[in-house]
Design a protein around this ligand. Structure first.
Ligand SMILES: Nc1ncnc2c1ncn2[C@@H]1O[C@H](COP(=O)(O)OP(=O)(O)OP(=O)(O)O)[C@@H](O)[C@H]1O
Length: 624
């Protein structure tokens, strides 16, 4: 709750809306206690008195009634009707939406066609028709306004409920033997509640306006009862002679609707976890770069891809998550470099930082460089960087189902990947795609070109992912756990395929994984990452034979040995540290059986010795 309020009040406009609305609500609550004139007592000799007249702070209306008193009593009524109409519309709309979405079939069909029929009428005409049928009066105006807003809630909630009902947690609830009512109340409702709250907060303003509209037309509150709409209606005739009688209720409607809308926007932002973290705010096509001292734009290349002290952070409110800290790596031509570490160690953020693909906000590249043939990619203008993405550096992701567009055929997506970067006749592009599908050993490649992603198996989709990465003959492929979602036989086939392609095409591969078994099969060298830092680096065979960092040793010990059967599999005790609260010294020290007090004192430098390097004061094997 505290976090919610902090987030809400960080948005100054929402805070202003909340303060105004609170003040109005408090004022409305204490109206009966205030020493106000009777709002309905007429005094025609004193009609149309100007504001600040004696005894009438805001003046009087056409019947000499005190405007301040009528305004406060009218605001009280208008707000109460707006809130009640919103609550009624939300209740019935949610009920219809949840039932339609959850039960589906004829219930969904019947309820939605009913909603369609309501929506087929212009809403103001429908409201007028309802009030005409029920008779003028504030309660009937409330019913009319609530009824015309039910479809808005029903449609929104139904859409969300359809998606949620297909999710596994609902299946799990069904499997546990829960009844429909219980599943709806305990599983579905909590998930749609934030949407309902946001929808209510953004529609109350509308409902206050609609109720005022009906009263303005004489269909809402009846004389002498005041509400803001009827005050406007009565003042219409004196628009020129006594404009204040119109301005006073008009200004109040403006303040109410503005404050509700500002607060509604703030509520939406504070309730949506993605907006909360800034992930959806101003999405930028390239990660924000805030390097204190930009490195030279070009330096002599050590390999095809060089990372020099790359540092990436996530800035979420006052918190700074140091996801990648001072990472330096070199990927040689035709080399496969493994980047290994536990979940959350910063592998993916490192990979995405190379071409500025970390979502910003909240991501910020705070230091270092990512060089392709010596040229710093992060210093390039956006146009040039975009031209490189997918052409000179391509990515293969873990789950091709989420990276392939579900509504386009495989062939069309591959052709698009080519034609984004160069002009090529369609027939030639399709022929190239066909050729690539054969290269990645997809059976019936021709027919697969016109298949949709969901028609392929996981292994096939990953091959398509690899083929897509190859369409522009890139120099570097960054493969982010491409085999994690596959079973071992398909995994072995995909690894063999990547290895073959690398050798045949001279590709350089940065292979991200958390599995030393995979590294052993594919990678020439390996870099081990922990809490955003490289803790060990060197040739794969040498590290597998004699790991220097205790973390590397424990990671290797996690890999089962087929046929060996004697070694005990040891999980690493404890958890990696949160990257927004990293310790001063070695981040692995609290989990390390070799740690001594000085490990936790100061940052530990990466000690380099020949082809190997380790960040440890008391390594398992001394690097000569
Ligand atoms: N939007 C974000 N806001 C705050 N922290 C984030 C955000 N995205 C990532 N992080 C943090 O950055 C760190 C590195 O994440 P990253 O995805 O690179 O890990 P990883 O090693 O690739 O893990 P996995 O193997 O599970 O993909 C993690 O501690 C994560 O919590």
């Amino acid at each position: 709750m505290r976090l919610f309020l902090t987030l809400l009040f960080r948005n100054r406009l929402a805070a202003l809306g909340a303060v105004l609305l609170l003040a109005l609500v408090l004022l409305c609550l204490v109206v009966p206690l205030l020493p106000l004139a009777d709002p309905n007592v007429t005094d025609t000799p004193n009609k149309f008195l100007r504001p600040f007249s004696e005894g009438h702070l805001l003046g009087t209306d056409h019947l000499g009634r005190d405007l301040l008193s009528r305004l406060l009593w009218g605001t009280r009524l208008s707000l109460a009707v707006g809130v009640a109409a919103a609550a009624a519309a939300a209740f019935f709309g949610t009920l219809i939406g949840i039932c339609a979405g959850y039960f589906g079939g004829w219930i969904d069909n019947g309820l939605m066609r009913l909603i369609d029929m309501i929506m087929a009428f212009p809403y103001i005409l429908l409201a007028l028709a309802i009030v005409a049928a029920l008779g003028p009066g504030m309660l009937n105006a409330l019913i009319a306004v609530a009824a015309v807003n039910v479809p808005f809630f029903a449609r929104n909630i139904r859409g969300i409920s359809v998606g949620l009902t297909a999710r596994e947690f609902i299946d799990a609830a069904r499997l546990s033997g829960q009844g429909h009512a219980r599943i709806i109340v305990t599983e579905l409702l909590p998930n749609v509640l934030p949407v309902i709250i946001v929808a209510i907060s953004t529609t109350i303003g509308w409902m206050v306006l609609e109720t005022a509209g009906l009263s303005f037309l004489g269909l809402g509150s009846q004389p002498p009862q005041a509400d803001l709409g009827s005050m406007l209606g009565e003042a219409r005739a004196a628009l020129i002679a006594a404009p204040h009688t119109l301005i006073v209720p008009g200004a109040m409607i403006f303040v109410i609707v503005m404050s509700i809308n500002l607060l509604g926007d703030g509520l939406r932002d504070a309730l949506d976890p993605r907006l909360r973290s800034g992930a959806l705010a101003r999405p930028s096509p390239v990660t924000r770069i805030a390097r204190p001292a930009p490195p030279p734009a070009e330096t002599p290349a050590r390999g095809v891809l060089d990372l020099d002290g790359l540092t990436t952070r996530f800035e979420v409110g006052a918190q700074v998550y140091k996801a990648v800290s001072d990472v330096s790596l070199t990927l040689g031509k035709g080399e496969c470099l493994g980047l290994i570490g536990e979940s959350g160690s910063g592998k993916s953020v490192t990979a995405l930082s190379v071409t500025g693909l970390v979502a910003s906000p909240p991501g910020v590249i705070a230091g270092g460089a990512a060089r392709l043939d010596g040229v710093d990619l992060l210093s390039l203008p956006y146009r040039d960087l975009r031209g490189l993405r997918g052409r000179r550096i391509a990515y293969i992701f873990q789950d091709p189902l989420s990276t392939l567009h579900p509504l386009y055929r495989i062939g069309d997506q591959m052709v698009e990947a080519i034609r984004v970067h160069r002009k090529m006749p369609l027939a030639e592009a399709r022929a190239r795609c066909l050729d690539l599908l054969r290269t990645v050993q997809i059976p019936n490649a021709e027919s697969r070109l016109s298949a949709y992603p969901h028609e392929l198996s996981g292994g096939m989709r990953q091959r398509v992912g690899i083929a897509m990465a190859l369409v522009n003959d890139p120099e570097v492929i960054i493969a982010d756990e491409p085999t994690t979602a596959l079973d071992v036989t398909v995994q072995a086939q995909v690894l063999a395929l990547l290895d073959r392609l690398r050798r045949e095409r001279g590709l350089s591969i940065l292979f991200i994984t958390h599995d030393f078994g995979v590294v052993g099969q594919l990678c020439d060298r390996v870099a081990v990452m922990y809490a955003g830092q490289i803790v060990e680096e060197g040739p794969t065979a040498s590290i597998l034979a004699a790991p220097a960092h205790p973390y590397t040793r424990r990671l290797i010990a996690c890999v089962p040995e087929l046929g060996g059967g004697r070694r005990q599999l040891a999980a690493i005790p404890g958890l990696p540290p949160a990257v927004n609260r990293l310790p001063a010294g070695c981040a692995f020290a609290p989990r390390c059986d070799r740690a001594r007090p000085d490990c936790q004192r100061d940052p530990i430098a990466l000690r380099v010795s020949g082809p190997r390097a380790a960040r440890c004061l008391y390594p398992e094997e001394a690097l000569s």
